[in-house]
Design a binder for this molecule. Structure first.
Ligand code: PCA
Length: 321
């Protein structure tokens, strides 16, 4: 009898334990060596450890679970529980996600932080309404212009085959006479080596991770045009399966990951530019004429975005200023 009861009790306890043990698969678009992926991995490990068996997060870097472009939707629809995604590629989902990719609005880390603070409440609300719980966001280093050929005038931009990663970079290409093709970061090396593209705007980090100098790219112009962010989001139904203590712990670890991620980004902003130069690339600035050309393009895009984002966008920009 005692044996029977204790066996029942044990199986009952196991079943409760099992009901509360969740596993989340975390979709990451960028390679395992990228600082965003490394930071997300540290976050996943810390959460798994601190949850005491209630939540295990497994990371899948390099677009191995879902490609970058599919991650937001996969998390929203519950095909996976958690993922990291490049925010400004989703202006159709919510124009507020594009605020960090308007050229020349925030050109330093402290302004990027201010812009993030000013936009976060609206962003979180917009995602929540679509069934997503926002955990944290981390910027890429400052965005600069890469090119196979030297760019010394506005005319040199004309007709360049340009790799774009969101609507904003497509728009820059249109307004400067370049020919855009939208490609995920994992496709960069091949696209440059086959001649499919010959220029792009991205961080020194992504250029370094793609060993861009091996594909005939000689120039990096440090225009520090904007600091776009990646964000980590969770499917709301998956989130609601956690008890409140675990939810609180996840949020605390998200705050830790956000702090660490911003610090890693700042470090990469300096170190990765040095790495490009050390690999033989010419790292410099654009000349005055080009700078003011890009600034004009930025002003046009700023107006266009304000139109799309309406009163919510206005509120964010005035909170920022
Ligand atoms: N790297 C990513 C997004 C911004 C960045 O610096 C990319 O090029 O796709």
């Amino acid at each position: 009898m005692i044996k029977k009861i204790s066996a029942l009790l044990i199986s009952f306890l196991i079943s409760i334990g099992a009901a509360h043990a969740e596993t989340w698969n975390m979709a990451l678009a960028y390679g395992a060596g990228n600082f965003h992926s490394q930071n997300a991995t540290a976050f996943a490990e810390a959460v798994t450890k601190k949850s005491g068996g209630k939540l295990t997060i497994k990371t899948h870097p390099g677009g191995s679970l879902f490609k970058g472009g599919a991650i937001l939707r996969a998390v929203q629809t519950g095909q996976t529980q958690i993922g990291e995604r490049f925010m400004s590629a989703h202006g159709k989902f919510d124009p507020l996600l594009e605020v960090d990719s308007i050229p020349f609005v925030a050109q330093t880390y402290s302004d990027a932080q201010k812009l993030y603070k000013a936009s976060k409440p609206e962003l979180v609300k917009g995602l929540d309404e679509k069934g997503l719980v926002f955990l944290y966001a981390v910027p890429w280093p400052a965005q600069g212009l890469y090119s196979k050929k030297a760019i010394n005038s506005v005319g040199d931009l004309k007709g360049l085959k340009f790799r774009a990663y969101n609507s904003a970079t497509i728009r820059i290409a249109e307004l400067t006479g370049m020919k855009p093709t939208k490609l995920e970061a994992v496709a960069i090396s091949q696209a440059f080596s086959t001649g499919m593209v010959e220029s792009m705007i991205t961080s020194p980090t992504t250029g370094k991770n793609s060993k861009i100098w091996e594909n005939g790219v000689k120039y990096f112009y440090d225009i520090a045009a904007w600091f776009p962010k990646n964000m980590v989001v969770v499917n709301k139904k998956a989130w609601n399966k956690l008890d409140s203590k675990t939810q609180k712990m996840v949020m605390q670890q998200a705050a830790v990951a956000e702090r660490k991620g911003w610090a890693l980004s700042k470090k990469g902003n300096v170190a990765d530019k040095k790495a490009l130069a050390a690999a033989g690339m010419e790292v410099g600035k654009v000349n005055k004429a080009l700078q003011s050309h890009f600034e004009k393009v930025g002003a046009t895009m700023s107006k266009e975005w304000a139109g799309r984002a309406g009163s919510r966008g206005q509120a964010v920009l005035s909170a920022y200023k």
